[in-house]
Structure formats: structure tokens, C-alpha cells
Design a protein around this ligand. Structure first.
Ligand SMILES: [Zn+2]
Length: 383
């Protein structure tokens, strides 16, 4: 989806902003076009749909496989029997570009947060460096297109949570210099300068420093990602940012009333300024029925205990086993089943509101609970 900066410095100018807008539209359009086709050919993939999918640069703007890179022996180039992402399955699924998320929990702050972020950026760069025939780091639109020409997958990076800059614009600039091309203003907790959608508001949106962060991101050519932020933070960012905003992995609140999802009005306001909503596949954001059932404290406790037993403190393992155990609970009838067609409902809803050019895909693979039929990176080729 939207990454496409031909120069990271060109956002100062009107033409730069226009370029970004065109890039956003291109990215969103190529990724969603196939989804719209899926709605028509839900049961069998037509030749036309297949051709459209595999001839497009399909972009996934949010993926959490990075956590696995740090768990030890994970090799992105080898087919894995667990999780959703590796090079063989990305190729089979016709993925053109992927944003690896640089993420740590909101409670880790200060120098420790920076250290974790740098470790993850290094881990992504090392995984890519070791597989030069298959995947290449991209930081501009031109590099993504060039990767495609060479038959390679483009790897990009986004920092998921403003707490990782430790309130220091110099750190933000360093992340940009290392190739990071978006930052999500918060994760699930507030940071020092912005409110999250899943925490108690303390800043009334963005603080003055938070607004300075947005302006600095504009200058650097880093996309401002409003997934996870509170509604007020979203509107503050929308007012301040000179470039269109992205929601790298968010779904529709009209279908599933989670604060993490966007209201119809927010989606319209985002699109009116050239932004895109990239639909998240997490079943707790797709299905209100699942979200409510999953709030049962006994189920939550039992799943957490089982994850702890299988993984200890390994973050990557926890994310993947959490998905596997949830799936087992669904199969045992303890939680409602959600199918991949629910993703299409969200895509259709957003497309009807604002048009296909403002809607794309932000899977949350390897970081969330996937619906049945969307087990790994091969599945979206069904679209
Ligand atoms: Zn997230």
C-alpha cells in the first residue's frame, strides 16, 4: 500500500504532497482491487481475479513477524510450519510488498524502548540482507517498483507506537534514516504525547509536542499512522498533518463496535484528505460477536495461561500460539467462529463509504487471531 515516496524529502512541497497522494491511491487501489473481485467470486477464484491479483503489486501494510526474528532461529527464507509469513508463502500468495512492524508493548519506554526498536530494525535488515535473491529493503516508491521488476518482494518498516521515540525528535529522525517509513502514533496505551483508543485519555488527543512529532514526520516523509489512536488524537493529527494519514491496520466500527476500529465519519474524513484505511484481519476487530465472547475473563485467563506454558517470555511465540490456541477454542465450540468472508464485509463497507482507492489491506499476520480461511500469506490470493 502506501509507502511510495520517490524522495523522502519531497513532502515540503505541494508537488511532493501530491506525489504522496498519488502513491497512496496507487497502493490502496492495487491492494484492494482484488478484494472487491473476491466479493463477486467468493467460492471459486476466477481466472480474471487470479490474473488481477498476481499482476498487481499487492501490499500488506502491517505484519508482526519481526517478533519471530528475535526469538532465535527463525529464518524468513524457509517455509515454516507455524505462523503466517515466510518467503515461500509470500511468493505463493503473490505479495509484492510488506511492512514489518517494529513493536514493543506501551509500558516499555525511555532508553529501553529505543534499544528494543533498534534491535528489531536490525533484525529486519539482517533477515532481508541474507536473502538478496528473494527480498529487498525498500524505502521509496521507485524501490518498490524496482523490486517488482526484479521479481523480488519489497520489505518496508513501520514503528508501531510513538513511545519508541522516547519523546526525542532526534530518535525519530534516526529511525527514518534507518529506513522506517511510517509510525503509529500510539500502541494500546497512551504515550507521553498522544492518547490511545484503548486507554483512559489524559492528553485530550495530541499534546503540543505530539503535534510537533506529526510535523516532523511530514518533513521526513514518514507516514503518520493513526491505527490504535483515540478519536481525538486522530482528529488532531488530521488537522496538523500536511500529508494524508494512513490507518495501517484498522477495521470498521459500524460492523464491530471496538474503539480500535474507525467510525464511518472518521473513514470519510480520512479519505477526504487523501488517506487510506487498511483493513485489519484480527477476528476481535472483525466480529462483534467474537469480541464480546472473548471478553469472558475465564477464557482470557485460560488462554493466557496456556500461552505462558508454551512460550514463556518469547514475544514472537506468544503471538503465534495465542492465535493457535484461540483457533482450538473455536473448534471446541468455546468461542464463535469467524470466517475470512468477514474481512470482505469490512472492505465492502469502507469501499461503499469512500471508494476503493481509499481502502487496502493491513493484515496483522503473526500478531493477531486470524479468521478461518485466512491462515497465512497464501490465503489473500483467494481475493
Ligand atoms: Zn497493532
Amino acid at each position: 500500500m502506501p509507502f511510495f515516496f520517490d524522495s523522502v524529502y519531497n513532502l515540503f512541497s505541494f508537488s511532493g504532497g501530491e506525489m504522496l497522494r498519488m502513491a497512496l491511491l496507487f497502493g490502496a487501489c492495487v491492494s484492494v482491487a482484488s478484494c472487491v473481485v473476491l466479493a463477486v467470486f467468493a467460492d471459486s477464484v476466477s481466472e480474471k481475479a487470479r490474473q488481477l491479483h498476481f499482476s498487481s503489486i499487492v501490499v500488506d501494510t502491517h505484519d508482526d513477524t519481526t517478533q519471530r526474528f528475535l526469538d532465535g532461529d527463525f529464518d524468513l527464507g524457509a517455509r515454516s510450519s507455524s505462523g503466517s509469513i515466510d518467503i515461500p508463502r509470500m511468493k505463493e500468495g503473490g505479495l509484492g510488498a510488506i511492512y514489518f512492524s517494529i513493536w514493543i508493548p506501551s509500558k516499555i519506554t525511555g532508553p529501553e524502548a529505543i534499544k528494543h526498536a533498534l534491535d528489531q530494525i536490525d533484525a529486519v535488515r539482517e533477515q532481508v540482507r541474507k536473502r538478496p535473491k528473494d527480498i529487498v529493503l525498500a524505502t521509496t516508491a521507485a524501490e518498490v517498483r524496482e523490486a517488482r521488476k526484479q521479481g523480488k518482494i519489497a520489505a518496508l518498516m513501520g514503528v508501531e507506537g510513538g513511545h519508541m521515540i522516547a519523546s526525542d525528535l532526534g530518535v525519530l529522525r534516526s529511525y527514518a534514516a534507518l529506513g522506517v517509513r511510517y509510525m503509529t502514533l500510539t500502541h494500546s496505551g497512551n504515550d507521553e504525547w498522544a492518547d490511545s483508543s484503548t486507554d483512559t485519555a489524559v492528553h485530550n488527543g495530541l499534546t503540543d509536542f505530539g503535534k510537533a512529532v506529526v510535523r516532523e514526520m511530514n518533513k521526513l516523509g514518514m507516514m503518520v499512522d493513526i491505527s490504535h489512536v483515540s478519536d481525538k488524537t486522530f482528529y488532531d493529527a488530521l488537522a496538523v498533518s500536511k500529508a494524508p494519514l494512513i490507518a495501517s491496520h484498522s477495521s470498521c466500527r459500524a460492523i464491530c463496535n471496538a474503539p480500535r476500529n474507525m467510525t464511518d465519519q472518521m473513514i470519510k474524513d480520512l479519505a477526504a484528505k487523501g488517506g487510506v484505511i487498511q483493513i485489519n484481519y484480527h477476528i476481535g476487530f472483525l466480529s462483534e460477536e467474537f469480541m464480546n465472547a472473548d471478553k469472558d475473563p475465564e477464557i482470557t485467563k485460560a488462554i493466557a495461561a496456556e500461552v505462558e506454558k508454551r512460550c514463556g517470555g518469547k514475544e514472537g511465540c506468544q503471538l503465534i500460539e495465542g492465535d493457535r490456541i484461540t483457533r482450538e477454542y473455536v473448534q471446541q465450540g468455546k468461542l464463535p467462529r469467524v470466517d475470512y468472508t468477514k474481512i470482505i464485509e469490512h472492505i465492502d463497507h469502507a469501499v461503499k463509504l469512500v471508494g476503493a482507492e481509499h481502502v487496502g489491506l493491513g493484515s496483522d499476520f503473526d500478531g493477531a487471531n486470524m479468521p478461518f480461511g485466512m491462515e497465512d500469506r497464501r490465503s489473500p490470493s483467494r481475493f
